[in-house]
Design a protein around this ligand. Structure first.
Ligand SMILES: NC(=O)C1=CN([C@@H]2O[C@H](COP(=O)(O)OP(=O)(O)OC[C@H]3O[C@@H](n4cnc5c(N)ncnc54)[C@H](OP(=O)(O)O)[C@@H]3O)[C@@H](O)[C@H]2O)C=CC1
Ligand SMILES: Nc1nc2c(ncn2[C@@H]2O[C@H](COP(=O)(O)O)[C@@H](O)[C@H]2O)c(=O)[nH]1
Length: 325
């Protein structure tokens, strides 16, 4: 297998067929709905909260609510549905999560999307949870992960997952690779390609995206959707705590397996960092869309399909060449 990551790849342009980048359609169909761009903020407590989830759903973006305030999830689903919006929640795999799915079914609360969110998703318990959800909430679109191998993707798909999430340890606040020696950190893009070749259903690539160009590269190598944490951290609307250091404003961004999330120091595989505040998330989403429109025009197309077949070269860490954005 050829090993590379985002920085190692440059996509090769084709003849432009649009008169303006504004003609380019960046929308994506995912789980029966169409979203403006193939991007979803990470389901982490410093990245998404209920007000932001509502805003994203109401404005044509996909979202996945985190699972770290488990007692709020039923009311959240109810409220989203009362407001005419889709509900997209996360669950874990502990016993109480199996009971929670039964409770939702009993209360006739049917979230449109359920993400099974655990660190090592290639596990029998995850397949059990997929089947449990399909039994009690058969209309839910089930996203399962995270995995980092084609076997992982296939097994979760065969268990009934409607989409899989790929990425073990490439995240900005991840320390899995340091603490355990395992993962796709440093070769997430190649791992995505490896997994996508085996997939029969959509893949969400998760972690490691550092620039807007990395979204186009993810689509080239098989992703339908990109889950992003660090690029969304540091906005007025993201919920991480805002702090001032030496007169500069920052926002906390911490891992879901960090001691800040867990409240203790067992099996810690995440850290905390401060991200400079950078304005409103609507502006970043708009810029992502414009950059993606531009990428599609370089690919020689009018929609995201054009990105899936472009040629590329492997430049091995040389593209920034000392340049900074
Ligand atoms: N994408 C990534 O690379 C990673 C993401 N995370 C994020 O951190 C959050 C917490 O994840 P997680 O700890 O899985 O959630 P949970 O605390 O819900 O743990 C999941 C369950 O799987 C068991 N388990 C067995 N082996 C592992 C393993 N290697 N890693 C994790 N659990 C294992 C756990 O038991 P026990 O705790 O007793 O072992 C627990 O019962 C999630 O939001 C996840 O997405 C965390 C690490 C990596
Ligand atoms: N290994 C860990 N991975 C984590 C943790 N918390 C979240 N994550 C993963 O990172 C991505 C976001 O990555 P980014 O590069 O865009 O910042 C997120 O969606 C999770 O999959 C953690 O504590 N440890």
């Amino acid at each position: 297998m050829e090993i590379f990551d985002y920085e190692d790849i440059q996509l090769i342009p084709n003849k432009c067929i649009v008169r303006s980048r504004k003609e380019v359609d960046t929308s994506v169909e995912f789980g029966g709905r169409t979203f403006k761009i193939p991007v979803v903020p990470a389901n982490m407590q410093t990245i998404i909260d209920e007000p932001l989830a509502k805003w994203l759903a109401a404005n044509g973006y996909f979202y996945v609510m985190h699972r770290f305030e488990p007692e709020r999830r039923a009311a959240f689903i109810k409220q989203m549905h009362e407001d005419g919006l889709f509900a997209s929640i996360s669950v874990g795999v502990k016993d109480e999560e199996f009971a929670f799915i039964k409770e939702l079914a009993g209360a006739q609360l049917n979230p449109e999307y359920i993400t099974i969110d655990i660190a090592h998703g290639h596990a029998q318990i995850v397949m059990d949870m997929i089947q449990h959800i399909k039994k009690y909430l058969p209309d839910a679109f089930v996203i399962a992960g995270n995995v980092g191998t084609p076997e992982g993707v296939r097994e979760l798909e065969n268990a009934g997952a409607d989409a899989t999430k790929v990425g073990i340890g490439p995240g900005k606040v991840c320390i899995t690779k340091i603490k355990t020696g395992f993962g796709t950190g440093g070769w997430q893009l190649a791992a995505l390609r490896w997994c996508a070749k085996a997939a029969r259903k959509p893949i969400i690539t998760d972690g490691g995206i550092r620039t807007h160009g990395d979204i186009a590269k993810s689509l080239r190598f098989g992703a339908t959707m990109c889950m992003i944490g660090s690029l969304f951290a540091g906005h007025e609307e993201t919920p991480g705590k805002k702090v001032t250091v030496d007169g500069k404003r920052y926002q906390e961004y911490f891992g879901s397996a960090s001691e800040y999330q867990k409240g203790d120091h067992h099996n810690v595989e995440g850290k905390k960092m401060l991200i400079p505040l950078k304005g409103h998330i609507a502006d970043t989403l708009k810029e992502m869309q414009e950059d993606l429109q531009s990428a599609v025009s370089y690919a020689g197309g009018r929609d995201l399909a054009a990105l899936t077949k472009v040629d590329y070269v492997i430049v091995k860490n040389s593209i920034f060449n000392g340049d900074q954005y």
